[in-house]
Write a protein that binds this ligand. Structure first.
Ligand code: NI
Length: 189
C-alpha cells in the first residue's frame, strides 16, 4: 500500500516535528515507502509530516529536474534531523509546488545558497554547501518540519488570489491523482 499524502488543512502539516534517533522503529521501510510515494506522485521531495508523521525526516530525489537545474543531477538524499544555515545573499523568486497543495504553484523568494547538516539513513553525519534549485528544494522540505508551507513566504495579495483553491483543498473539493488524505473536517464528495 502506498502512503497517502496529507493535504493542506490537515493539522499534521502545521505542527513542529521531533528529531529521531536510530531506535526509531522500521525507519528504513518508512524511508523506502516515502520514496515510493514521492515517485508515484511525481514530486522531487517529501517530508514526513506529509505522510502524517511529525518527525524530522525528508526524502529528496531532484534528478528529474536536472535538465533545467544541472546541480540536481543524481541528487537522491535521505535527510534525518537536518539543519540549515542560509547565506546572506539576495533571494531569488522561482516557482514552487507541493504535493500537499495540489493544483497550485507560486513564485517563492528564497536564497539559493545554504549549508546543510544532516544524518543519512544509517545515521552517518554529513555537511555540505548546496546551491541553486537543490538548495530551494531542501529549504522547502525543511520548512515542512517546522510546520511551514511555501505559501507562508508569498505576499498577502497572492495568498488572497489563491484562497479559493486553498479552501477547495482543505474542504475536500480538490481531486488528486495520487493517494491522498484530506483534513479531518473535509467533506468528501
Ligand atoms: Ni512541500
Amino acid at each position: 500500500m502506498k502512503l497517502p499524502v496529507y493535504l493542506y488543512g490537515h493539522p499534521v502539516l502545521r505542527a513542529v516535528s521531533e528529531p529521531i534517533g536510530p531506535e526509531y522503529p522500521e525507519l528504513k521501510e518508512l524511508v523506502a515507502q516515502m520514496f515510493d510515494s514521492m515517485y508515484l506522485s511525481e514530486g522531487v521531495g517529501l517530508a514526513a509530516p506529509q505522510i502524517g508523521r511529525n518527525i524530522r525526516l525528508v526524502v529528496i530525489d531532484a534528478d528529474p529536474v536536472s535538465d533545467s537545474f544541472p546541480e540536481c543531477a543524481g541528487r537522491k538524499m535521505t535527510l534525518i534531523n537536518p539543519e540549515i544555515e542560509i547565506f546572506d545573499e539576495p533571494a531569488i523568486s522561482r516557482s514552487e509546488g507541493c504535493l500537499s497543495l495540489p493544483g497550485i504553484s507560486e513564485n517563492v523568494p528564497r536564497v539559493e545558497h545554504i549549508t546543510l547538516k544532516w544524518l543519512d539513513e544509517d545515521f552517518q553525519p554529513h555537511c555540505e554547501e548546496i546551491k541553486g534549485f537543490l538548495a530551494r528544494i531542501v529549504q522547502h522540505e525543511c520548512d515542512h518540519l517546522e510546520g511551514k508551507l511555501y505559501i507562508d513566504h508569498i505576499s498577502g495579495i497572492r495568498r488572497q488570489l489563491i484562497r479559493g483553491k486553498l479552501n477547495n483543498i482543505a474542504t475536500g473539493r480538490t481531486r488528486v491523482d495520487y493517494p491522498a488524505k484530506y483534513a479531518p473536517a473535509a467533506k468528501r464528495r
